[in-house]
Design a binder for this molecule. Sequence first.
Ligand SMILES: [Zn+2]
Length: 257
Amino acid sequence: MIFIDTHTHLYLREFKEDRDEVVNSALDKGILKMFMPNVDGSTVNAMHALADRYPDNCLPMIGLHPTSVKKDYTRELSKLKNLLDTRKYWGIGETGIDLYWDKTFAKQQEESFRDHIILAKETGLPLVIHARNSFDELFTIMDKENDDSLTGIFHAFTGNKEQADHIIGYGFKLGIGGIVTFKNSDLDSVVKDIDLEHIILETDAPYLAPVPLRGKRNEPAYLVHTAEKIAGLKKVSLDEIAENTTRNAVSLFNVKI
Ligand SMILES: [Zn+2]
């Protein structure tokens, strides 16, 4: 079985001590591709270093995380943008709007999100969207800006069926991670009713480890617990989950496995 972790922050310092082990244990489990969304200017070097060490497996993306968007974000974003000319990136992100932690720069977050949409259209790369307490704001922008040239993911999706259908209407994928295994989440009942062709898997490591590892540092190898949970919800084999979600990710990122 082959899996793809479409969202992992493996370059962060949480993996400083055992990064190689973590990558290898993912590869042992068949997780052959690990897509790495960028956070901000402080994370690019570590991300590039990991991508250079595992060029077939650890695949970098470029963007500015909404919680790193401050008043003068345009300067940082344009530096990140310039990197697009220097090497291969597989996606634009992560971007989006996060109104959970801090609303101070809500307006800048919206502007940054629009900038990332333009970049995704220009490059033809998939857009990786982070949504936290912000579906209404994101949908308002996306309803206006989405067109056939745009593809992407609503990552760590936690919305309801209506919001899922809205995203599917954009032609975007739903990134499903550890939250689907949490007892207090309604995501399981939502995912049950979503066709597999719209779902891709992710860990968001080091965050959001699935049950039975909830609360621990998450890592790509744990993706399998999320896949097992979805297999149970949809009453299909793990094989079928692997096959479908991998196919979806391969076509979205245009990657060879
Ligand atoms: Zn993330």
